[in-house]
Design a protein around this ligand. Structure first.
Ligand code: ADP
Ligand code: ZN
Length: 289
């Protein structure tokens, strides 16, 4: 099958053509401006390629519920030009093919489960820590939606004593995104995250906050694997620290072979940063079923 994949982000739109095995034939990136400017460029690209289906992994919040009146919309996003925009309809009408639609992070977890290191796992959480924090959740063959879709980047954290930073989330004083996303690191420490590489205190605090959220996901969802991606996770020194704090927080309460093997439980993304776009290929394939 010739499948189209669109990873719709707040700064860029990654478009690819590939197939159901996850093979990517070609890929381009188009800046995200307004729908009026950007959507026609995307349609022009995909309409020349003969795609049999398109999968979209989208920044949100979105409405992924096919039974809802606003299915296919980007809903209350802070990127105002895109708020209440029906992105699925735009492509269905222009391309005349099935369109699969989910959050960007659900796309990423689907890519890892279908083509990457999480094959054959029953429950997988993919967390991105970048400009924001978000989580995609795969449970027994399906992507989790529920009433909307998970917004697990905004779970509450307990502040470390002496941490006086007020947080960057306009909604919550003490959520993970507000304290651990790239912009929060930059505001707290006065430098870009990448420039703080050698400051051990930065990564210890960062790992402590991430570990609190992951421990909550472990207790709530019982995942087989937790995958961490996004720009901030390029700081690979975070991984051993996060594993250490998750182990400390859980404090031996849950005894499984997975938790006994932390190095293979909390892991970096496995598909060379293609997990999102490959997941969109699988979203496209699933839309034809
Ligand atoms: P987005 O979330 O917009 O899709 P990224 O996942 O690349 O994009 O996240 C961007 C954020 O990650 C920025 O806040 C940036 O400071 C931070 N970041 C990017 N690269 C690195 C790095 N190598 N080390 C630490 N932080 C990084
Ligand atoms: Zn928040």
């Amino acid at each position: 099958m010739i499948l189209g994949a669109l990873e719709a982000g707040g700064t860029k739109m990654v478009c690819a053509i590939g197939d159901e095995t996850g093979k990517i034939f070609e890929q381009v990136s188009i800046p995200t401006e307004t729908p009026e400017i950007t959507i026609p460029k995307l349609i022009e690209y995909f309409s020349q390629k003969g795609v049999e289906a398109l999968g979209i992994g989208c920044f949100g919040p979105i409405d992924p519920d096919p039974d809802s009146a606003t299915y296919g919309y980007i809903t209350s996003t802070p990127k105002l030009a895109w708020a209440n925009y029906n992105i699925v309809k735009a492509f269905e009408e222009a391309l005349g093919c099935p369109v699969g639609f989910d959050t960007d992070v659900n796309g990423s977890v689907l890519g890892e489960v279908t083509f990457g290191q999480a094959k054959n796992k029953k429950c997988v959480v993919y967390v991105t820590i970048g400009t924001g924090v978000g989580a995609g959740i795969y449970i027994e063959g399906k992507l989790l939606h529920g009433m909307l879709h998970p917004e697990a980047g905004h779970v509450m954290i307990q502040k470390r004593e002496g941490d006086t930073y007020k947080g960057k989330c306009p909604y919550h004083a003490n959520c993970l995104e507000g304290h651990a996303a790239g912009p929060a690191i930059e505001e707290r420490w006065g430098k870009k995250a990448v420039e703080l590489k050698d400051n051990a205190e930065v990564w210890d605090l960062e790992a402590y906050y991430i570990a609190q959220a992951l421990s909550g996901y472990v207790l709530t969802l019982s995942p087989d694997m937790i995958i961490l991606g996004g720009g901030v996770m390029h700081q690979l020194q975070l991984f051993p620290l996060i594993r250490k704090y998750v182990t400390e927080i859980l404090n031996g309460y849950i005894k499984t072979k997975e938790l006994a093997d932390m190095d293979n439980y909390i892991v970096p993304a496995s598909l060379n940063d293609d997990q999102g776009i490959m997941g969109c290929l699988e979203l496209a394939r699933r839309s034809t079923l």
